[in-house]
Design a protein around this ligand. Sequence first.
Ligand code: AHR
Length: 616
Amino acid sequence: MKKLTAFLLSATTALACFAANPTLTIDATHPVGKVSPRLYGLMTEEINHSYDGGLYAELIRNRAFLDDASTPIHWSVFTNGGGEASIALDPANAFNDKLTTSLRLTVTKASKKEPAGVANSGYWGIPVQPNTRYHATLLVKAAPGFTGPVTVSIVSDDGSAVYASKSFSGLGADWKKCEIPLKTGKVGPTTMARFALALDRPGTIWISFVSLFPPTWNARPNGLRKDLMQMLVDMNPKFLRFPGGNYLEGDTIESRFDWKKTIGPVAERQLLVNRWNYEFLHRPAPDYYQSFGLGFYEFFQLCEDIGAQPLPILNCGLACQFNSGEACRMEDLDAYIQDALDLIEFANGPTNSVWGAKRATMGHPEPFNLKMMGVGNENWDQPYIERYTRFHAVLKEKHPEIQIVSSAGPFPDDARFKFAWAKLRELHADIIDEHCYAKPDWFFNNTHRFDGYDRNGPKVFFGEYAAQSDKVASVKNRNNLECAIAEAAYMTGLERNGEVLLKPFSPPYYPTMTDAVRAAVEIKFGANGVFRSESPGSAWTRHREVSRQVPPISDAAIAGVAETLFKSGDGEKGNGKQLTAEQLDAVRKIVELGGKFARLARLCKSEGLELRQHEG
Ligand code: AHR
């Protein structure tokens, strides 16, 4: 294909492309390679709220009041004009040793007409849909003299509209778990709403854990968001990599991802601050915590639901080498290896094994059929190889049925990469995970990268790749046309080399609302809407979905996403106003135009035509 230069595209040139009516001849009698049956899978990571605030359907943000030790962030008092109330964190009234604080709500003045209480703003507002059942769960107790009622509701941001509401009483000095169904009526969808707890008379209550779920995928308690799950199903991924990413490494050993802390009773899963809060100066998000409500049990279930093989990646005893690079002592490595063995037992073991029993207790006596597991993410040099070697020896001896994915470091051709490949080849590693974030030129120049790979050596897992319009991790990176075409061109090389590339991924999937860490995302979402990105790379995966038309983007999805974008302002607090028709229209045009350009680009590329686009 001719190299893409400066862009200049007008409607006339576009029409001229079609008018040329070129012929494309395909010689199907001489196939050049097999496309791997395991093309493509998905990469997920807890970045840009892809899990909490995203796939995980929980609507309450800071549900255990533990996100910030000094103040109940995302919670605020409301008084409806005449009431008086205050809130404070109260560790002296904790529910247990896991839920180590509570929220004390003290109402000193309130009436039926002017109730007072506390409200949660959710992640991007509480998404309201018509005729929909929500499920609230609360741990609550009251001071002497107050037994209720407490009114739980979903209300508009300005308090003028009540979308769903229910009251309960019977409170006392002991903690009580309340399950409260809420149902909306004939209302318009909006995310300009919040979740509220109100008292209509003076009293004091403590709340320890507050949860609110909309209808979830397969109607599961503690479940996943239906629209995002449907999108995953539609993408038909052959496997799903979780939970990262640098995220699983932690920037210190202490803050690494530990799968064992993500299973068991949801309220007792220990929170962890998310490393992407502070990793980049341009992305400070001090209130990004992980609840681990979407833990490893839920991940295995998710994979089963979407028909994808699970590919969990575990920490190998090294913290992220871009950060502290802290390494566990070699004499402590057995504990990390044991974590891997226990995970295999948790996924596949019989119900009378220690970890298999835990899986059964959580509701899944049948095995999850784990076949692959990753050891380390983007780790490099001797500290990695010496640790991986020990993992490899033990796992191969005890579980030869599990294929191990090892790491070739963060870049596709530097000294770290060459060192890793040499050592991993000697070890007869199963599958090596290569990553690449580079300028579009790299992708154009490497479409033949895998043609010469040894068919008998380790297989390659091209686990993360994205063309970067500016540079790696730049805030200026954009999902532009050049990146889309560069990745699409590169993917032709992936498809041609199925023998060596057993499991290349689609470009990283980071469902996100406002992705300022990287531009390359496959799915974008807001609180009430979701759509697939047209680029980069997804242009090509989309093109493969020959049997299906891309569904048109619904009005509801546009409205939901637009509302979120305008409201959140890239992570900032928005003005909370309803969107104008013009704003909605602007978002629709941007979304649709992006799709048209990507489709046109594919067509021109396949015809060897040069595509130019005006810089502005
Ligand atoms: O995209 C974010 C990070 O990029 C991933 O966590 C990591 O694996 C890669 O460096």
